[in-house]
Design a protein around this ligand. Structure first.
Ligand code: AP5
Ligand code: MG
Length: 203
């Protein structure tokens, strides 16, 4: 089976950290919309120019632009043939509906809600602010991002529960502990444990 996975979770819950490891483990494409946008800003592309201020404030980029970026990326050969993990998309109900359409022929088979309490993500983002200097890790932008998560993204949990593809995973613990829980949840949902060097799924 090819894995097509969505990772939901608050800012700082570990989507990027775990997404990178899961992509290697299952040999699937790690599609991080935040990384795509940060690359566009770094390269000063037309998209980069449009989104620069939005990201700096901790606001959300327009749904239509995000949906077209993701549609293009999921049409690439690696995502089509090997499968993918979406990190940071969808983030609103209109984006979730756009993804239902984009993935109509090859539907998403598992959505993980990576649960980490607000107090703990604030600690993690505070630590990252000192180490990495992401423009949107300022206290004001973090407040706004977390509020937008509760308003716009949390309702997606019910959307995917209704579709029968949701798995909730506890994101508190060391990165290794969380990774082991994720692999176990993905195994239960899809039957796939890992992908070997020959590219075949292990069941
Ligand atoms: P994006 O890049 O997706 O950022 P985010 O959602 O705010 O989430 P983060 O990347 O901050 O958190 P994460 O869950 O990946 O955690 P991480 O692994 O880094 O989006 C950025 C912006 O782009 C958005 O605000 C928006 O403007 C725009 N955007 C993107 N997608 C969009 C969309 N679909 N629609 C509209 N706009 C969009 O971990 C956080 C820290 O904790 C790290 O320092 C890490 O080392 C540490 N850590 C991780 N796991 C652990 C652990 N188990 N124990 C201790 N520390 C840990
Ligand atoms: Mg991230």
């Amino acid at each position: 089976m090819t894995i097509r996975l969505v990772l939901l979770g608050r800012q700082g819950s570990g989507k990027g950290t775990q997404g990178a490891r899961l992509a290697v483990h299952y040999d699937i494409a790690h599609v991080s919309t935040g990384e795509m946008l940060r690359n566009a800003i770094r390269n000063d592309t037309p998209v980069g120019k449009v989104v620069k201020d939005v990201i700096g404030k901790g606001s959300l980029v327009a749904d239509d632009l995000m949906a077209s970026l993701v549609k293009g990326r999921l049409g690439d050969a690696d995502a089509r043939t090997r499968g993918y993990l979406l990190d940071g998309f969808p983030r609103t109900l209109p984006q979730a509906h756009a993804l239902d359409e984009i993935a109509r022929a090859r539907p998403i088979n598992v959505v993980i809600d990576l649960e980490v309490p607000r107090e703990l993500v604030l600690q993690r983002l505070g630590a990252r602010r000192a180490a990495e200097h992401r423009v949107d890790d300022s206290p004001e932008a973090v407040e706004r991002r977390l509020a937008l998560y509760d308003e716009q993204t949390a309702p997606l949990i019910a959307h995917y529960r209704r579709q029968g593809v949701l798995a909730v995973v506890d994101g508190v613990g060391t990165p290794d502990e969380v990774f082991a829980r994720l692999v176990s949840a993905i195994g239960s949902a899809t039957g796939v444990t890992a992908r070997g060097g020959d590219g075949q799924s292990r069941r």
